[in-house]
Design a binder for this molecule. Structure first.
Ligand code: GLN
Ligand code: ZN
Length: 780
């Protein structure tokens, strides 16, 4: 038997921490490894260096109790980690296990990145965040066996340096709910039906972790806070069955560690009593986004530790410690009455936010004082944990937070009358264009496009030269005029290439943009940008979200000179390129002091002015990217209509000023959009491009069912992988598309922008794409 104290949950914790390294060391190390420039041993050494630095940092920040530091490492993705631990690899990859039945690092990366024969696992967004996980493929025949003990090895590594961590796994219910049926599975196959088969592997892994010395393990079950296709009752049933098995074994040296079931990204709602009835020792609730459970619900958690996620793990604003303390008071009262322990945590893993505000010395001191990155959040949970046992000792910190939050409301730039008057004066007419049929006829007459017109999504590969030029500009090594000359050279190269390949609607390639949101953030009022604020987007890819802290307006045209120059180089229509309001919000850290709808409308008006200026400059096609529309969709169905209403309106506000002859495109970065297809229709764009290659055109079924009536370009080239699709393969995809969507509506384009690709594979792929379109036109 373990002693009471060894089993006690730490008073302060976080659910996760940035894992790419303070200076993106992991990104550099895995990319060097992939490029064959470093050995497995070198990669492992970097990985351990990051782990150790994180352990030391978190301890220094106050996570000193055993099990307070969660498992924070992954070479690529936590869902993939779990799939590989369970041995759940799709049969299409052939034999990936080694002679000992293990999946090593190369097998792991093959699943993530594909190989010459096989596409990688599909990638999709993790709940309502901009993080992408890899989708496991589970079929009736998938064999599960413990195939990697990396989580045990990492625990032992930490232990060897004196740290008892709390290993992290995606929980079995979430794991299966996020999986998709493997190729060849029967039509009605549900991965969740394999629950009983994965549980023994989880149990085995828990036992290994216990044997290694783990006192607590964290099983992450965010699927419980979302309304999914699987009916809630089936999910409840799965939770009962899963945890009856996993928690059915007593906590002991031979059995298992204590289990923390974490439920980030929202409230548990009707699943709360179900989770409360399981035998797990602790439950982490998101009390930042989700409500504090009712008294009755709290009573059901008796005997457990409630880990109160009161500090937002997903955004960067300084916590309102007084408000958090008030939530803790409710739990403490219930705790006294019903015998439950209370601990404090972040609401989600903090890997959605950068490491440390202190690194951003260039930011205005006021703004900096309003922020909390991961390290500051650790400080906040530690303060609130102090509050639990010694409220007076936390008083000064709580008061200081209240004072700073109050001063933020009064700070210059936060509320500007000229911006507010404009949004207040909007009327219904500002949100709509003339009828699509009228626009379509006008645009046909203007643009003269062939059937199945070809285009790209906007960016072309960002070469070392392009990035180098920007770095030199930022360092002052070249001046703005020289930078402009270099960018214009690049634009000319990109235009010439598209002419040579035979594209119908050209783009300028976005060389001048470091990032599709940051670029606009840098050119609009109300934003600031960070220097070190990188967060993982997927695998080794990171983004540096901007900070949207004040009222937004456009001091001057942003994209117009570049688009105008690009158009001057070609007779073909040049597509202007803007990022839509919802995406600008989603991929920034957005102010939390007013409804998102108000912020979105401010951004929309700035874009509307930009569109008017593009039209004046002779640009006839304008794309407003909204890849994040799906991402911000609330996880609970009841919250979705209100979101879709304001988000669609903000897009329409941005675009509805365009004349009938101006063809408005939009681009969305995911394929599962069945649920929001009405909203996509509601955007009223003339042409919509969407991701479809990895899911092999599944999306055209949704389009057909819906009767989607405007232009649409389901992607035929998966740009997330270096693989070059053959012309035949693209023709096949087009055949599928033509079978479901009238050909006069269809466009031919890649899945997404090309900025992360190299020129060699891009050119080859685009050549195949244009040739496939031409061949497909021949058989229409
Ligand atoms: N226009 C952007 C690009 O091509 C769109 C990227 C995106 O949707 N994520 O890079
Ligand atoms: Zn995209």
């Amino acid at each position: 038997m373990t002693s009471q104290t060894a089993g006690r949950f730490p008073a302060a914790t976080i659910l996760g921490y940035p894992r790419i390294g303070r200076r993106r060391e992991l990104k550099k190390a895995v990319e060097a490894y992939w490029a064959g420039k470093s050995s497995t041993a070198e990669l492992q050494a970097t990985a351990e260096g990051i782990q150790l630095a994180t352990l030391r940092r978190l301890a220094e920040l106050g996570l000193t109790e055993a099990s307070a530091i969660p498992g924070t490492f992954s070479f690529y993705d936590q869902v993939l980690d779990t799939a590989v631990a369970l041995g759940a690899v799709p049969a299409r990859f052939g034999a990936l296990h080694d002679a000992e039945g293990r999946l090593g690092l190369d097998a792991y990366f093959t699943l993530a990145r594909g190989n010459a024969e096989q596409q990688p696992l599909e990638m999709t967004k993790w709940f309502d965040t901009n993080y992408h996980y890899l989708v496991p493929e589970i079929g009736p025949e998938t064999e599960f066996s413990l195939s990697s003990e990396r989580v045990v090895e990492e625990f032992l590594f930490a232990k060897s340096h004196g740290f008892i961590t709390r290993p992290y796994l995606v929980g079995p219910v979430t794991f299966l709910l996020l999986s998709k049926p493997a190729d060849g599975a029967p039509e009605d196959f549900d991965p969740l039906s394999r629950l009983e088969d994965v549980l023994p592997v989880y149990s085995e892994l828990l036992a290994r972790l216990r044997a290694a010395g783990a006192e607590w393990v964290q099983l992450d079950e965010p699927a419980l806070v979302a309304d999914l296709d699987t009916p809630a009752l089936e999910v409840s049933d799965a939770v009962e069955r899963a945890y009856a098995v996993l928690a059915g074994v007593p906590v002991s040296a031979e059995g298992r560690p204590n289990i923390l079931l974490s439920a980030p990204y929202g409230g548990l709602g009707a699943q709360a009593p179900v989770v409360a009835a399981t035998g797990v020792e602790a439950v982490a609730l998101d009390l930042f986004k989700g409500a504090v459970p009712s008294k009755e619900d709290l009573a059901e958690f008796d005997g457990k530790t409630l880990v109160a996620g009161v500090v937002d793990g997903h955004n960067i604003w300084r916590n309102d410690l007084a408000a958090s303390a008030a939530k803790l008071d409710v739990l403490l009262a219930a705790g006294k009455e019903h015998g439950l322990e209370v601990a404090v945590a972040t609401s989600t893993s903090a890997f959605h936010v950068p490491h440390d505000v202190e690194e951003e010395t260039q930011l205005d001191a006021n703004l900096r004082s309003w922020l909390a990155f991961a390290d500051q959040k650790v400080g906040e949970v530690v303060t609130l944990a102090t509050y639990l046992s010694e409220p007076e000792a936390a008083r000064a910190a709580i008061d200081e937070a209240s004072r700073i939050i109050a001063s933020r409301a009064q700070a210059p730039g936060v509320r500007r009358p000229e911006v507010r008057e404009r949004t207040a004066a909007l009327t219904a007419a500002d949100f709509s264009r003339s009828d699509y049929s009228v626009r379509a006829a006008t645009q046909d007459a203007e643009l003269h496009l062939p059937p199945l017109p070809t285009t790209t999504i906007g960016s072309f590969p960002q070469t070392a030269e392009v990035r180098g030029a920007r770095a030199r500009l930022n360092k002052g090594a070249i001046d703005a005029a020289e930078y402009e000359r270099l960018m214009k050279d690049e634009i000319k190269r990109v235009i010439d290439l598209q002419e040579e390949l035979g594209f119908d609607v050209l783009v300028h390639g976005e060389p001048e943009r470091n990032d599709m949101v940051q670029y606009f953030a840098e050119n609009l009022d109300g934003f600031d940008v960070t220097v070190h604020g990188w967060v993982q987007s997927y695998g080794s890819r990171c983004t540096r979200p901007s900070i949207l802290w004040g009222d937004v307006s456009r001091p001057a045209p942003i994209t117009v000179p570049w688009a105008e120059y690009a158009q001057s180089l070609t007779e073909k229509p040049l597509k202007g390129m803007l990022t839509g309001p919802v995406t600008i919000l989603a991929w920034s850290f957005v102010r939390d002091d007013q409804p998102l709808a108000e912020t979105a409308n401010q951004v929309a008006l700035a874009l509307r002015d930009e569109i008017a200026d593009l039209e004046t400059a002779g640009i006839k096609v304008i794309q407003v990217d909204e890849p994040a529309l799906r991402e911000l969709l609330p996880l609970r169905r009841a919250d979705q209509p209100a979101y879709l209403d304001w988000s669609v309106k903000s897009f329409r506000l941005a675009t509805a000023g365009a004349g009938d002859a101006t063809q408005i495109h939009t681009h969305l970065c995911y394929s599962e959009f069945g649920v929001i297809i009405d909203a996509i229709d509601g955007l009223d764009a003339d042409v919509t491009s969407i991701e479809a290659a990895r899911s092999r055109m599944e999306v055209v079924n949704d389009l057909e069912t819906h009767g989607f009536g405007r232009g649409v370009g389901p992607g035929v080239y998966d740009i997330h992988s270096p693989r070059v699709p053959s012309q035949e393969e693209i023709e096949e995809l087009l055949k599928t598309a033509v079978a479901h969507v009238p050909s006069r509506q269809l466009w031919v384009n890649p899945d997404c922008g090309l900025k992360t690709r190299g020129y060699a594979e891009t050119e080859a792929s685009l050549r195949n794409l244009v040739e496939a379109a031409k061949a497909a036109r021949g058989v229409l």
